[in-house]
Design a binder for this molecule. Structure first.
Ligand SMILES: C[S@@+](CC[C@H](N)C(=O)[O-])C[C@H]1O[C@@H](n2cnc3c(N)ncnc32)[C@H](O)[C@@H]1O
Length: 280
């Protein structure tokens, strides 16, 4: 009988940090990801027809993938993240903006599970599956309560979640998937990327491993493989909706993709789960 897999909390903690240690690589890997940025920009622009206007809080802002476009659109934005490397990349980008745009931005190193901010915000966003780095139920609740506390009455919280996909979750953890050849954007090192994962059903956390094998110019492995841990809590809509209700939010909309299609009973058709809730 195969030995039962033991999942460690230390792996979860590392799984929320290691993939964000190399900000340049992060930006390179997600350079073509635009649909989410466009969605949140539209939301920030249009919400003022229905909700109070005011500054935006970009929760887990990372390298500023969304924060920069929001600043360019004329918003005042506070970006919060706990990764020094991601925030440093965001700071470098903000430093290149005009003085007027720079003056509308603040970056802060803090944890999603414990932050308190004044003055309060009209809109808070947590883009690109960031809430899936909150692994325990208590972490999620702390996050939602903290977000609720720094919104003005009627202010909105918007975030997205990668839909749980049983077929993908259960694929063979012993195989390597997603083989991709590329050069590191800074060092120029040739690398081959692969990944696999195991699922912890007790915590509903997916433990992914991202493998980066250096190659020589002939394409042969050269040097040790670098392994990066990345963990994602799987979040079903029923749980998200009940947590939102319990932490002082009223669900306004729930989409099955960044194109705004509704998320109904047929979860199989969803590319993303996108939630928009108002502070009660
Ligand atoms: C997938 S990235 C998304 C970054 C950015 N929102 C974007 O759309 O590109 C997830 C971000 O969450 C941050 N993060 C993860 N856990 C966190 C925590 N507990 N507190 C603060 N930031 C956290 C990481 O440092 C990383 O920048």
């Amino acid at each position: 009988m195969p030995a039962k897999k033991v999942f460690l909390r230390a792996d979860e903690e590392a799984g929320g940090r290691e993939a964000f240690a190399d900000a340049a690589l992060y930006d390179f890997e997600y350079r073509r990801r635009r649909a989410d940025v466009n969605f949140y920009r539209r939301l920030a622009k249009n919400r003022t027809d229905f909700a109070p206007a005011g500054p935006i809080l970009d929760l887990a802002c990372g390298t500023g993938r969304l924060l920069l476009p929001l600043l360019r659109d004329g918003h005042t934005v506070l970006g919060l993240d706990r990764s020094a490397s991601m925030l440093a990349a965001a700071r470098r980008r903000v430093a290149r903006l005009s003085a007027t745009r720079r003056a509308r931005c603040l970056l802060l190193r803090a944890d999603l599970r414990a932050f308190a901010l004044r003055p309060r915000f009209a809109l808070a966003v947590a883009a690109f599956h960031s809430v899936q780095h909150l692994y325990g139920q208590a972490d999620l609740q702390h996050f939602l309560r903290a977000a609720r506390a720094c919104l003005v009455p009627g202010g909105w919280l918007a975030f997205d979640v990668l839909p749980p996909d049983p077929a993908w979750i259960e694929r063979d953890p012993l195989r390597r998937w997603g083989r991709t050849l590329f050069r590191h954007p800074v060092s120029g090192q040739r690398l081959v990327y692969t990944n696999n994962h195991r699922f912890d059903p007790g915590r509903r956390v997916l433990h992914m491993r991202l493998y980066y094998q250096p190659l020589d110019e002939q394409g042969r492995p050269s040097g040790p493989e670098h392994v990066v841990r990345l963990c994602h809590r799987q979040l079903e809509p029923a749980l998200v909706k009940s947590l939102l209700a319990r932490t002082g939010f009223r669900l306004l909309a729930c989409f099955g993709g960044f194109d705004g299609r509704p998320l109904d009973g047929d979860l199989g058709l969803a590319d993303e789960h996108v939630y928009v809730a108002a502070a009660r």
